[in-house]
Write a protein that binds this ligand. Structure first.
Ligand SMILES: Cc1cc2nc3c(=O)[nH]c(=O)nc-3n(C[C@H](O)[C@H](O)[C@H](O)COP(=O)(O)OP(=O)(O)OC[C@H]3O[C@@H](n4cnc5c(N)ncnc54)[C@H](O)[C@@H]3O)c2cc1C
Length: 379
């Protein structure tokens, strides 16, 4: 019997298994498919630190006040990202050259200023840039952009590399990783431990970490736990051909959904959470309408993109909640059952969320100076 079973072999699960194993806890990770095949290996690789602009506008300042503590988690996670290549012994293509949220007019510049006020209250470093300063820093931007905010800690990393690097390091530290092992049912035994029925037999553990991404709620439901907020949303990203260095920053736009960045190989990744759709077979597929609109916005912000070919568009399901708040910790009515769920930005936050949950599983105080109360599962 393992002390802990981690369910889900995305970044969240692999990183949680790593921290448990390196703390000396016997841990088994079970993954239905191969590792890193869903959101963690299909995302856009942005490392976000700022409050996302879309919900700030659509949900308003009351929402921003509630969301604000999450900024502390994202910032600590990015600090961890800086050290992870050395810690895991792998090049993760981490590049932190800063993120720019840019505006096409004075009114939207004022929205940026309102958002920056919340971010600064949380200790995030953000500089407001007028037109001249912005275009000096980012000459690739279109002329009509009037200003923006620069957050120096943002950046990017390679989603293909991160979860596998954590998994390999976890295995080196003694974690057992079972691929192609799907959890079908979970029952609580008389002694308080858990029996986890899989397609390859029953596994037993004293504690469980539910790190199943968009399916975190389905796993919890096996024990009668309702995580009503947890959902999955199909979204899409596009990649260009490889070109010379053009965009060193992570770029967002106030006008419409956009994230844009160039990876180490020269590919520019264009996304921002544009909706994909579900095909008849049930899998997410790219939506041509979203593709056209996403590319139009991208060209509006970085005109040079008009002459660069798109070579690939893909869709995947992002784990989300309406309020954007993470759910990290033990379910009070079900001692020993822990949830590790970070919505929308779980690539950025994977390391910190895993470190926190791995500590909580051991009954230890997580080694992070962040108030975790806002993120505990609602009881
Ligand atoms: C297109 C896209 C772009 C994104 N861009 C960004 C970005 O730029 N920056 C950012 O920070 N975040 C981004 N995200 C969000 C981020 O990718 C996710 O929040 C994060 O990867 C979630 O990781 P996870 O390990 O929790 O979930 P997942 O990676 O989805 O992993 C969950 C795993 O659980 C397994 N599982 C589920 N049910 C079972 C079961 N019954 N038995 C066994 N295993 C099971 C699944 O097979 C899967 O491998 C994006 C997401 C998408 C889809």
């Amino acid at each position: 019997m393992s002390d802990v079973i981690v369910i889900g072999g995305g970044l969240t699960g692999c990183a949680t298994a790593y921290y448990l194993a390196t703390d000396g806890v016997p841990v088994t990770l079970v993954e239905r498919s191969d590792l890193n095949t869903l959101a963690s290996g299909s995302n856009a690789g942005s490392l976000h630190a700022q409050i996302p602009h879309d919900p700030f506008i659509n949900k308003g300042e009351d929402w921003a006040r509630i969301f604000s503590p999450t900024i502390g988690l994202l910032a600590r996670s990015i600090e961890m990202w800086r050290e992870l290549p050395e810690l895991l012994g792998a090049d993760l293509e981490v590049s932190l050259k800063g993120g720019l949220l840019v505006a096409p007019n004075a009114e939207q510049m004022r929205d940026i200023e309102r958002k920056v006020a919340f971010e600064r209250e949380q200790g995030l470093k953000v500089d407001l840039l007028d037109r001249a300063a912005l275009h000096k820093l980012a000459p690739y931007l279109a002329d009509h952009i009037v200003g923006g905010a620069f957050c120096p800690d943002e950046g990017k990393a390679n989603p293909f590399l991160m979860a596998p690097a954590f998994a390999a390091a976890a295995e080196r530290a003694g974690a057992r990783i079972l691929r192609h092992t799907a959890v079908k049912a979970i029952t609580r035994e008389g002694d308080g431990s858990f029996a986890v029925a899989t397609n390859r037999g029953v596994l037993k553990a004293a504690r469980i970490v539910d790190a199943a991404g968009a399916e975190t709620g389905d796993i919890a439901a096996m024990l009668g736990i309702e995580l009503a907020d947890v959902q999955g949303f199909p979204i899409q990203v596009s990649a260009t051909e490889q070109v010379g260095a053009l965009v060193p920053h992570l770029v967002y736009f106030t006008g419409e959904k956009l994230t844009l960045k160039q990876n180490g190989a020269g590919t520019i990744l264009i996304g921002g959470g544009w909706p994909a759709r579900y095909a008849r077979h049930g899998n997410p597929v790219a939506d041509p309408d979203s593709l056209a609109r996403n590319l139009a916005v991208a060209v509006q912000v970085v005109p040079a993109l008009a002459d660069i070919r798109i070579v690939r568009t893909w869709a995947a399901i992002v784990n989300g909640t309406d309020d954007w708040k993470p759910i990290l910790g033990e379910i009070q009515g079900m001692p020993g059952f822990f949830v590790n769920f970070f919505p929308w930005m779980g690539f950025t936050a994977g390391p910190i969320a895993a470190r926190i949950v791995a500590s909580l599983v051991q009954g230890a105080t997580p080694p992070v100076d962040v108030d975790l109360r806002p993120f505990l599962p609602k009881q």
